[in-house]
Ligand binder design. Structure first.
Ligand SMILES: O=C1O[C@H](COP(=O)(O)O)[C@@H](O)[C@H](O)[C@H]1O
Length: 243
């Protein structure tokens, strides 16, 4: 079962980031109140950075037991650990370093100067092994590229049809060329999938994904949550949606 997409609009990127942060904090509190250790997948990208900062300043954030939240990543650029291009580095700088998270619950994808070196396939396999054969996330957040990509699943790319949990992505059309991504199958294994998109540059991709386009052309049309699929957008990103 998967949930049909719902669109939630906000005025601009700042309002969007604040609202998504508030929604995330509320979801984490609900899950922890129910005795769960929430499992969240973080995304990279421009709006993610704003969102991460907004989580840190969210008024109810202090009520979350951040040490009891598992953080995973939807994709990563396969570059050295200190490279500013890394999604994990951005998430740490904007959010994780400012919250009392448990280091062992922050599950970064490997870096190219780590134990797998140039072997990005081994690095992707190691991340998949850490997730297990059938990972189930509570909230999986995804950005959207202007070309309709999400995580590192790019239009027409062979990695779209990869089996398994995580895959090495080579020749990414967006730099850097070598990446690791959760597979399309794994991106569909969350209770709630939240797409977050801001700006006019995302308007065509948002429209095409919500028109239920072919995932080969518009990968963002694919991932759906089991109970919720939310498209959290600002007015500019929603500007090409039919009225
Ligand atoms: O390369 C990536 O791009 C997308 C979208 O990023 P944006 O800057 O255009 O918003 C992002 O969701 C993904 O995690 C990242 O690796």
């Amino acid at each position: 079962m998967s949930a049909a997409p719902e669109v939630v609009r906000h005025d601009d990127g700042d309002a969007l980031a604040a609202a998504v942060a508030e929604r995330l904090v509320a979801r984490l509190l609900d899950l922890q109140d129910a005795g769960r250790v929430p499992s969240v997948v973080l995304t990279g990208g421009t709006i993610a950075e704003k969102l991460h900062r907004a989580v840190v300043t969210d008024p109810r954030g202090a009520r979350v037991d951040w040490a009891r939240v598992d953080f995973w990543f939807g994709d990563e650029r396969y570059v050295p650990a200190g490279d500013p291009d890394r999604n994990a580095g951005q998430a740490r700088a904007a959010m994780l370093d400012h919250l009392p998270v448990a280091p062992e619950r922050v599950h970064e994808m490997p870096a190219s100067d780590g134990e797998y070196g140039d072997d990005v396939d081994a690095a992707a396999a190691a991340y998949a092994a850490g997730l297990g054969a059938a990972p189930a996330f509570d909230v999986l957040m995804l950005g959207v590229g202007p070309d309709g990509h999400c995580a590192s699943m790019f239009p027409g790319h062979p990695a779209l049809s990869a089996d398994g949990v995580a895959v090495a992505v080579r020749d990414s059309p967006k730099p850097p060329p070598t990446r690791i991504s959760l597979t399309m199958g794994t991106l569909g294994r969350a209770d709630e999938v939240w797409f977050v998109a801001s700006g006019e540059g995302k308007a065509d991709a948002v429209r095409d994904a919500l028109a239920d386009g072919d995932v080969v052309d518009v990968p963002a049309a694919g991932p759906k949550g089991r109970t919720r699929t939310l498209w959290l957008v600002d007015d500019a990103a929603a500007s090409h949606l039919p009225r």
